[in-house]
Design a protein around this ligand. Structure first.
Ligand SMILES: Cc1cc2nc3c(=O)[nH]c(=O)nc-3n(C[C@H](O)[C@H](O)[C@H](O)COP(=O)(O)OP(=O)(O)OC[C@H]3O[C@@H](n4cnc5c(N)ncnc54)[C@H](O)[C@@H]3O)c2cc1C
Length: 448
């Protein structure tokens, strides 16, 4: 039997990218995927007849992003929707005050000024922060330095808390002061009216992907790798393991010998956040068409604070809200009806009792998903951004880790995961490979 050059574990965007680039260079590659589908955390649900992205939805910033030209060249349709990074302004957002009244133009502008001033102070506080300080510490420092009024202070605190929960999937008391350093987005953001899974779907064509193969053991030595998936055993010269950080932390895969400390340390230090989505489809729209999002400010924004009007994506009256950190974990233990009732009670405080019951809902539970065990990685207190890259330190030149958690400059994103797959392929080849080769037709998998 012909020797496999590289086994890739996981058919998410990182694994598919690595596999496709290596196959383009003539390597024989096999991808082992635990689920019955490709895409991993890019997962579009079409059960209702229109696409609902249960995982990633946005390209976070079109400028200097490899996804921009990739999706364009693949002919995948996109739609501008620049509110995916918890912006306070930039696009119309209807903000509700502590008494659930919508802010007028003047009060909105005063609110945006407060956010801008606080963010400036926050940048300085983070730059001066001693190691071990949390994002909550520096947020408090910035808020108290900027604003005297107690109501405005509380509003700002809540805003920074919720932004961290969305961007990191963790409470701001658990996130390092530097946890959002790499969070700036360049340019507009877009979503996918036909579903984001079109991207991994297109890139997986022509690859040898074995679905429902749950890898449980990886043995490695300088001579090669031996992977076990149930009763199946696969041998190869090298392996690229792209399973999510939550899976690595859970020890669902045994590595023999154990992973070296320079890789294991980061796996332990970096956090795996939980960030869940709740989509509600209503019989009709009760909110204005002019805003991209609706946001409840202040303490009344706990637990639900922001609703994104994704009607423009689905063509149906659908609002999307998020639950991150402790609240994100808590809703996983609640029945669907309880979650929906909880969201509705917040909306009714803002729009009155006539808000109708939704006709449909979708609730994700990424923390309970055994092949993800969380939503995405974040810099937990005491970790650093360098830990992400350190996790991908090549092991004896035969074993490589890739995936969003291994990409320092943009963890927790699709483009970060894609670039980590590119880096792994480059390291396996021992020479550069152009990312544009992803667009080339696949070749037969015979070794060069
Ligand atoms: C709710 C949510 C919203 C998000 N929103 C955005 C967004 O809007 N924009 C953005 O850029 N990013 C977003 N992200 C993050 C983005 O989805 C991820 O960063 C990216 O998809 C990760 O790709 P990956 O290849 O690293 O991992 P994955 O996509 O998780 O791929 C890893 C694969 O490994 C498989 N696997 C696991 N265990 C095993 C095993 N034992 N054996 C074999 N296979 C295994 C998994 O099934 C999976 O297919 C979001 C994530 C979530 C959860």
């Amino acid at each position: 039997m012909q020797m496999i050059d590289t086994i890739v574990v996981g058919a998410g965007i990182a694994g598919i990218t690595a596999a496709r680039l290596l196959q383009h260079e003539g390597h024989r590659v096999v991808v082992l995927e635990a689920r019955d589908r490709v895409g991993g955390r890019m997962w579009t649900d079409r059960s209702a007849g229109f696409p609902v992205d249960r995982g990633a939805s946005w390209i976070h910033g079109l400028v200097d992003n490899p996804l921009t030209s990739l999706v364009e060249d693949l002919g995948i349709r996109t739609l501008e929707f620049t509110v995916g990074s918890y912006q306070a302004g930039g696009r119309p957002i209807t903000n509700f005050d502590e008494t659930h009244r919508a802010l007028d133009e003047q009060r909105t502008s005063a609110w945006l000024d407060d956010v801008e001033t606080t963010d400036r102070h926050l940048t300085a506080a983070i730059a001066a922060a001693d190691p071990g300080r949390t994002y909550a510490d520096v947020a408090e420092q910035a808020v108290t330095a900027c604003v005297e009024d107690p109501t405005r202070r509380t509003r700002l605190r809540e805003f920074l808390r919720h932004r961290t929960e969305e961007q990191c999937g963790a409470d701001f008391t658990a996130v390092d002061a530097h946890g959002l350093d790499e969070d700036a987005i360049e340019g507009d953001e877009v979503v996918f009216p036909d579903g984001y899974d079109a991207l991994p779907g297109a890139l997986s064509h022509g690859l040898d992907i074995r679905l429902e193969e749950v890898v449980d053991a990886v043995e490695w030595s300088p001579g090669g790798v031996r992977l076990t998936a149930g009763r199946q055993v696969h041998e190869a010269r090298r392996a690229i393991v792209t399973v999510p950080l939550g899976v690595l932390k859970s020890a669902a895969i045994t590595f023999t010998p154990p992973l070296p400390d320079e890789v294991l340390g980061p796996i332990e230090r970096i956090g795996m956040g939980v960030f869940n989505k709740v989509f509600l489809r209503f019989p009709e729209r009760f909110w204005s068409e002019s805003a991209y999002a609706l946001r409840q400010l202040g303490p009344a924004g706990t637990p639900w604070h922001t609703w994104y009007d994704v009607s423009r994506v689905s063509g149906e009256p659908v609002l999307l809200t998020f639950a991150g950190g402790t609240w994100g974990r808590r809703i996983e233990a609640m029945a669907d009806a309880e979650v929906v009732a909880s969201v509705l009670s917040s909306l009714r405080r803002m729009y009155g009792p006539s808000v109708p019951e939704p006709v449909d809902h979708w609730i994700t539970r990424w923390g309970q998903d055994e092949f993800s065990r969380g939503s995405y990685s974040y810099v937990a207190t005491g970790a650093s951004h360098h830990d992400h890259d350190a996790m991908a330190t090549p092991i004896a030149d035969v074993l490589h880790l890739a995936g969003e958690a291994t990409w320092s400059s943009d963890p927790a994103t699709v483009h970060g995961a894609l670039l980590s797959g590119h880096r792994a392929a480059t390291r396996v080849l021992g020479r550069p490979v152009d990312l544009r080769a992803l667009l080339a037709p696949t070749r037969p998998t015979t070794r060069a």
